[in-house]
Design a protein around this ligand. Structure first.
Ligand code: AP5
Length: 208
């Protein structure tokens, strides 16, 4: 099962990929998470990517992104299958991916701009284990992760002006992938409750 989760920022790709990868015992690969981790570690390439690109809502250049994903897909835990969350995001990335591996399903999770802005401005993430919280998934204790007691933080790119830029970038650079993958594409309504979306995706990826 090699799947891509497509969809605009804040539609729930990470929330669903986290849950479904655990349930299916496959790898969850989030390029956004990879970039945030590199910047947090002080890696010079990662810090530059934050300052010049993702911190401003722009895409990180294709060559760097493709290199990272190629290395990640070669790891042992991807042998049983994987979910790509946030990759590809451009046509050149999709073409490069076709040369690296075969994709079985592409799940497009769709939500309106109004819902997205509300979700992203309320999203918090654990600074240690990276668990995502939101209005519908609040932590038991405000500001503290239920799982590891880490501090919950707001992502640098979740400020409203950056969210609007990310949405524009999605429309221009990522949406063309819907046509690119039309043979494998399954669209899921991302405005439903989290568990219902999960059921819809599991059903969609089980179809031959
Ligand atoms: P990335 O981290 O991939 O961000 P994104 O695609 O913008 O997606 P998000 O993580 O913001 O949202 P999501 O769809 O995962 O939603 P989530 O589940 O968190 O990338 C960040 C940046 O890195 C990019 O902008 C770009 O610059 C760079 N980058 C990454 N990949 C790249 C690539 N391939 N090429 C170039 N650059 C790249 O949910 C959002 C909130 O809603 C949460 O609070 C959650 O709890 C809540 N929620 C989720 N589902 C529901 C629901 N059904 N009901 C109610 N609340 C819900």
């Amino acid at each position: 099962m090699n799947a891509i989760f497509l969809g605009p920022p804040g539609t729930g790709k990470g929330t669903q990929a986290e849950r479904i990868s655990v349930e299916l015992g496959i790898a969850h690969i989030s390029t956004g998470e990879m970039f945030r981790q590199l910047a947090n570690e002080g890696n010079p390439v990662g810090v530059e990517a934050k300052e010049k690109y993702w911190g401003k809502g722009n895409l990180v250049p294709d060559d760097l992104t493709i290199k990272l994903v190629k290395e990640r897909l070669a790891k042992e835990d991807c042998k049983k299958g994987f979910i790509l969350d946030g990759f590809p995001r451009t046509i050149p990335q999709a073409e490069a991916l076709d040369k690296i591996t075969k994709i079985s399903k592409v799940i497009d999770i769709e939500s309106s701009e109004e819902i997205i802005i509300k979700r992203l401005s309320n999203r918090r993430q654990c600074s240690k284990c990276k668990k995502i919280y939101g209005i519908d998934v609040p932590p038991k204790k405000e500001g503290i992760c239920d799982i590891c007691q880490g501090k919950l933080i707001q992502r640098d790119d979740d400020r409203e002006e950056v969210i609007r830029d990310r949405l524009k970038v999605y429309e221009k650079q990522t949406k063309p992938l819907i046509k690119y993958y039309k043979e494998k594409l399954i669209t899921v309504d991302g405005e439903q409750p989290i568990d219902k979306i999960k059921q819809d995706i599991i059903k969609a990826i089980s179809l031959k």
